[in-house]
Ligand binder design. Sequence first.
Ligand SMILES: Nc1ncnc2c1ncn2[C@@H]1O[C@H](COP(=O)(O)OP(=O)(O)OP(=O)(O)O)[C@@H](O)[C@H]1O
Ligand SMILES: [Mg+2]
Length: 252
Amino acid sequence: MAVGNDVVLRVEGISKTLSGKPILDHCTLEVRRGELKVLIGPSGAGKSTLLQCIDCLIPPDSGDIWLEGEKLDPHNTRKLCAFRAQVGMIFQDFNLFDHLSAEENVAIALRKVRGLSKKEAKDRALEELGRVGLARRALLYPAQLSGGQKQRVAIARALAMDPKVILLDEPTSALDPELVGEVLAVIRDLARGGMTMIMATHQMDFARALANEILFMERGKIIEQGAPETLLAEGSNTRTRDFCTRLLEMGE
Ligand SMILES: Nc1ncnc2c1ncn2[C@@H]1O[C@H](COP(=O)(O)OP(=O)(O)OP(=O)(O)O)[C@@H](O)[C@H]1O
Ligand SMILES: [Mg+2]
């Protein structure tokens, strides 16, 4: 994996209270170019909220976010849009436009945000769909695609924007078990190709094999952080290892 020293994304001291309840408590992390950081932790720990705060879909109450050294000013709408265009977001439930074909789902932001012509956007969309193994499905609509195919369209859509970093929120947890592998294979290829990513997941074999670091979250805090081989080492007395053992016992 091509890991450089340069920090692509830095998130410092992000806190968030929702309905009077503290959900995130001073979360700090950074991702260097080409790194994959995997966010794990029990349900309700705050993983989705953290990823959405990083993209300012949920505005954090406090804390700072830097992209390639530039601090985000979430009140500057133009800069926020520019920031979002450089940060890909993949959700559990795909978030595709149902009335658009796979190709149009990928092309629409290229036209509306990047200002590409119809032809340019279509060519780029086809190229990205090819990259996720869906070149022959370009004209199909979401209702005609499997869950795994839909998630791959969502990944192609993110890739088409040339993101500096991609945030993935449990990208395989809505899929039937037999479809998980095809989506993980695409993400694995992106990681090997040097894409910078933060991914919340319960897929521990994937995390163990590919993550540069695991971040373990509990009750809104990142309480452990380290290389998978360290946090998951046999005999290591970490919350991460304890959590994974329990996941295995539950048959996940
Ligand atoms: N709008 C909201 N108002 C109040 N509480 C909320 C709101 N959104 C989320 N929460 C709470 O925030 C906590 C963190 O939720 P979040 O979805 O970030 O957890 P998660 O780690 O992603 O869990 P999962 O593994 O189930 O996806 C939960 O306790 C949830 O109930
Ligand atoms: Mg979640």
